[in-house]
Design a protein around this ligand. Structure first.
Ligand code: 13P
Length: 246
C-alpha cells in the first residue's frame, strides 16, 4: 500500500504567533493519523517556532526554498545546513512561483536539489506547465525537460515529486482527476527511465487548488500519492480535513 505525503505550503503567510496558533489547533485534529506523512512548510522566520511546537507530533517540517552554497557572501540566502538547523527534514525546491518571480531555471533548481540532498534533506521537487504550454500541447515536453534537467545526477532517495500545473495554482481551477492521472503516469514513466525499478516507490504528489471538496477524488487516482496544498492549508480545520482524506 502506498504511503501518502500531504504537505502544506504556506508561501508568504503566517507570523510566529500565527504559526503557533495554527499548530495548537491543528495537531490535536491529526494526532491519530499515522499511516501518511504530514508536512508543513512555514516561511523561514517561523521554522524554529514550528519545530518546537511539532516536537513529538510526528508531523514533519519543511522549508519553502534553499540556496545551493554552504556558506558565504550571499545576502538574503539560506543554506541547507541552516534549514536542518532550524528543525526541517524537508525542503520544497523548484516551486513555480520561484521559477516565475525569481527566474529560477532548471539548472538552478538542479543545483538546489543536489545541495539539499547532499545535506540530508528530503526534497519536494516541483514541476508543472503553464496554461499557454498546455494549450500549445507542450505539457509532456515541458515536464520531461523539468524532470530530466532538475534531477540530473540526483538519485531517487529522499525524493518526492510534486506535479503542480501553474494554471491550477491559486486559481480555484483544479486539474480534473483525468488530467492529474495522465501527467502523474507520464512523470512515473520518465522517472522509470531515470531510475529503473527504484522509481516504483517514488511518490508523485499533486498541487493546485486542492480543497476539502476535491481531495478524496484526487487521492483516489492510481498514480497520485499525496498533495501539496497552498490556500487550503492555511486554516487548521481545512488542512486537517485534507490530511484525513478518505
Ligand atoms: P493552491 O493550493 O493555493 O492552489 O497552491 C498550490 C501550491 O502552489 C502549493 O505549493
Amino acid at each position: 500500500m502506498k504511503r501518502y505525503c500531504i504537505a502544506a505550503n504556506w508561501k508568504m503567510n503566517k507570523t510566529i504567533p500565527e504559526t503557533r496558533d495554527f499548530l495548537r489547533a491543528f495537531l490535536p485534529l491529526v494526532k491519530d493519523i499515522k499511516d501518511r506523512d504530514v508536512v508543513i512548510s512555514p516561511p523561514f522566520t517561523a521554522l524554529s517556532a514550528a519545530a518546537d511546537a511539532l516536537k513529538g507530533s510526528g508531523v514533519k517540517l519543511s522549508a519553502q526554498d534553499v540556496f545551493w552554497e554552504e556558506k558565504g557572501a550571499y545576502t538574503g540566502e539560506v543554506s541547507p545546513a541552516m534549514i536542518l538547523d532550524a528543525g526541517c527534514s524537508h525542503v520544497i525546491v523548484g516551486h513555480s512561483e520561484r521559477r516565475q518571480y525569481f527566474s529560477e531555471d532548471d539548472v538552478i533548481v538542479n543545483r538546489k536539489v543536489k545541495a539539499a540532498r547532499k545535506a540530508g534533506l528530503e526534497v519536494i521537487f516541483c514541476v508543472g506547465e503553464s496554461l499557454e504550454e498546455r494549450e500549445a500541447g507542450r505539457t509532456f515536453d515541458i515536464i520531461k525537460r523539468q524532470v530530466e534537467t532538475g534531477l540530473a545526477e540526483v538519485g531517487p532517495e529522499n525524493l518526492v515529486v510534486a506535479y503542480e500545473p501553474i494554471w491550477a495554482i491559486g486559481t480555484g481551477r483544479t486539474a480534473t482527476v483525468e488530467q492529474a492521472q495522465e501527467v502523474h503516469a507520464f512523470i512515473k514513466k520518465v522517472l522509470g527511465i531515470l531510475y529503473g525499478n527504484k522509481a516504483e516507490s517514488l511518490r508523485i504528489i499533486y498541487g493546485g487548488s486542492v480543497t476539502t471538496e476535491n481531495v478524496d477524488n484526487l487521492m483516489a487516482c492510481e498514480d497520485v500519492s499525496g498533495a501539496l496544498v497552498g490556500g487550503a492549508s492555511l486554516k487548521a480545520e481545512s488542512f486537517a480535513r485534507i490530511v484525513s482524506f478518505k
